[in-house]
Ligand binder design. Structure first.
Ligand code: SME
Length: 161
């Protein structure tokens, strides 16, 4: 049994530093990808309370909704669509300070104002993206990118079946 322990007084970077070893502890020894992604989404949500946190898994030329925390979201995103598709295609983290200014942004909710998407690449192919939406404008920066990439590094060998 695990319980997330985060000091709510800390700034965001210090919270990431508390969070990451706890994510590692929860997923190590567990090989089920749904279970692990579900717990990662839950832990990120509990730590930061972003509006929407979740994963999309690559299936053919689409990204298909995987474990998430937050309101109802679109189920399938084509690889060339939206922020998720852009990050998946570029194979790099994408930060969007204002989603209304991103051409082709897919609005699952009008409450989402800024977004960060981090792809996971295996053998040169994007297999998964982590997508986080904030209800605040300009809520993500290089600190988020750096630590969210560390979280994706923890699952770099995940078997998505
Ligand atoms: N905004 C994303 C779509 C997914 S939702 O935000 C959960 C995009 O443009 O790819």
């Amino acid at each position: 049994m695990h319980e997330l322990i985060i000091d709510k007084q800390l700034d965001r970077e210090e919270k990431y530093k508390q969070l990451i070893p706890q994510i590692q502890a929860v997923i190590e020894g567990e090989s089920d990808w749904v279970a692990n992604l579900a717990n990662i989404a839950a832990m990120l949500k509990e730590c930061f309370d972003f509006f929407w946190i979740g994963f999309y898994r690559r299936v053919g030329e689409e990204l298909v909704l995987a474990p998430f925390q937050g309101p109802l979201a679109c189920t399938r995103i084509r690889m060339n669509r939206g922020v998720c598709g852009y990050a998946a295609t570029q194979q790099e983290t994408v930060i969007v300070p204002n989603v209304e200014e991103f051409p082709g942004h897919i609005a699952c909710s009008s409450l989402s104002k800024s977004e960060i998407v981090v792809p996971l690449i295996q053998d040169g192919r994007t297999v998964l993206v982590l997508d986080i939406d904030s209800s605040r404008l300009n809520d993500f920066n290089r600190v988020d990118a750096q630590y969210l990439e560390k979280i994706m590094e923890l699952i770099k060998d995940i078997e998505l079946k």
